[in-house]
Design a protein around this ligand. Structure first.
Ligand SMILES: C[S@@+](CC[C@H](N)C(=O)[O-])C[C@H]1O[C@@H](n2cnc3c(N)ncnc32)[C@H](O)[C@@H]1O
Length: 256
């Protein structure tokens, strides 16, 4: 029996056009695809809609509505057991496997079990979801750096002003607290914020406000995960930003 392998493939944010060619080749060569729901499912459906026929069996381990996701330990064990059966396994993960995606853990677990593992990076939602709302994370005169965080705890120790873009993943549940914490620092309550829900999906929606207003807006509009939150002056570049927000920042940038 030939030795099985595991390839961790980043699916991108859910649009098949944002899967890499190397990722597509790995899917085409796979015997089994172990897929997340977020990002990965959209890519598999998108490929099917474009007439790409994959011969692999697909095992869905992502969180289904009304069901729990398969625990990480069980996913790790499944990857190793499939590879030990001689299968070419693709572990298809949303965005990039190594950005808040536990890809490092899966890689280490498979390697420790003696399985050959390859990693195919993906386009992370941290940059691609803001991009669909016309928001670059850095921009001359507006932002020179960016930080990607998930939790509220990390935000507490985050310095910087409005020229230091903050991207929050998995940030909807803690949005109100995060906004208060960020507003207390140099950014202030008037700092622009954008929330992009379901980027590249059927329910894509963009909400723009400020650190002071965003929690109320989110509640009123019933904002839901998955969503990427962007905080900083770069938000004013979005065509979704109201004129008032954009003009105050444009004035500030032109004075620098
Ligand atoms: C567990 S993290 C995984 C991130 C992933 N590894 C990546 O690089 O994009 C899941 C979070 O990514 C964000 N996310 C991923 N895909 C998204 C999409 N299509 N639209 C909006 N947010 C998305 C959301 O913040 C979501 O809660």
């Amino acid at each position: 029996m030939t030795a099985g392998t595991v390839t961790l493939v980043g699916a991108g944010p859910g649009d098949a056009g944002l899967l890499t060619i190397r990722g597509l080749r790995a899917l085409e060569a796979a015997d089994v695809i172990v897929a997340d729901r977020l990002g990965a499912r959209g890519v598999l459906d998108g490929l099917a809609a474009e007439g790409v026929e994959l011969r692999a069996e697909v095992v869905d381990v992502g969180k289904q509505p009304g069901h729990h996701a398969v625990p990480q330990d069980a996913i790790n064990a499944l990857l190793v057991s499939l590879a030990r059966d001689g299968k070419r396994v693709v572990r298809l993960k949303g965005g990039d496997p190594f950005i808040f995606g536990r890809g490092g853990e899966e890689l280490a677990f498979c390697r420790d079990a003696g399985i050959a593992v390859e990693v195919v990076p993906g386009i992370t939602s941290a940059i691609s979801v803001p991009a669909i709302a016309g928001i670059p994370l850095t921009h001359r005169g507006l932002a020179t750096t960016f930080t990607v965080v998930t939790g509220h705890e990390q935000i507490r120790s985050l310095g910087g002003g409005r020229d230091h873009t903050v991207v929050l993943l998995m940030g909807i549940g803690t949005l109100a607290n995060s906004a208060i914490t960020l507003a207390r620092g140099e950014r202030g309550g008037e700092c622009p914020v954008a929330i992009v829900e379901d980027g590249y999906g059927e329910n894509q929606r963009v909400t723009v406000g400020t650190l002071d207003s965003v929690a109320l807006q989110a509640a009123r509009r019933g904002i839901r995960s998955p969503a990427v939150v962007v905080v900083g002056d770069v938000v004013t570049l979005s065509p979704y930003a109201p004129e008032a927000l954009s003009s105050s920042t444009t004035r500030k940038a032109s004075q620098q």
